[in-house]
Design a protein around this ligand. Sequence first.
Ligand SMILES: *[C@@H]1O[C@H](CO)[C@@H](O)[C@H](O)[C@H]1NC(C)=O
Length: 290
Amino acid sequence: MASVFCSNQIQPMIALMVGAFLVASAAGNLNQDFDITWGDGRAKILNSGELLTLSLDKASGSGFQSKKEYLFGKIDIQLKLVPGNSAGTVTAYYLSSQGSTHDEIDFEFLGNLSGDPYILHTNIFSQGKGNREQQFYLWFNPTADFHTYSILWNPQRIIFSVDGTPIREYKNAESIGVPYPKNQPMRLYSSLWNADDWATRGGLVKTDWTQAPFTASYRNFNADACVQSSSGASSSSCASSSNTANWFSEELDTTRQERLKWVQNNYMIYNYCTDIKRFPQGLLPECNMS
Ligand SMILES: *[C@@H]1O[C@H](CO)[C@@H](O)[C@H](O)[C@H]1NC(C)=O
């Protein structure tokens, strides 16, 4: 009953904000979700669309993007990172719009020497401005198996989660003058490339090309999202989906707030909101919100 009530309550708002968008819950064939965009054969969709692999060698990395553009949604993908010595490699998975005032929500995985921890790097751009990095170690080996990395993006907040555990919450701070991503539809992008000038221990550890090709794997993509209608028709909207309400107004309950605190206390290794040296003129305004 609660969800019915909630759904009825927010429907007019959703219809208003995203009138020309259709809701979609996509799961299944990665051929239908993604286009391989670069890498000259290094990116592959395998097993009848169940698995996607990106690879990197000395000549090139590779990447793909979603066929659809989203304006708010809950995006999940399972990812198994480059195993062994992955130092110098970066696997990125992010939502982004186009242009100099673009919005962006980033997950980036910075590889490491065998046995040393990956860094999970996150950032948020609004109106072309980023500088909102938080970085984490993971509490498991992300190369041993697939794990689920999720972006929840609704009008009030952005929540990054790993296997359902929230690691970062970014709240809409428009009330104190901070632009929030809410008008520009974003596509999902992913790539694997060489970044050994900065990625591992700040660029000290270089990519070992004798280990190439490096491969990262993806599966089980799911997008509960408002999708830009290809026909441009405005007849349908997000509100037509029964499961829209779940993520469109989602916030962290007490249990998940505790989990978030656990991650931030034990696994967060960088937070732009505490880096006073970097922002001598003062931290960004949203850092002073509770
Ligand atoms: C790699 O391992 C080193 C040593 O444990 C650590 O300092 C660093 O944060 C790890 N991650 C990256 C991406 O450099």
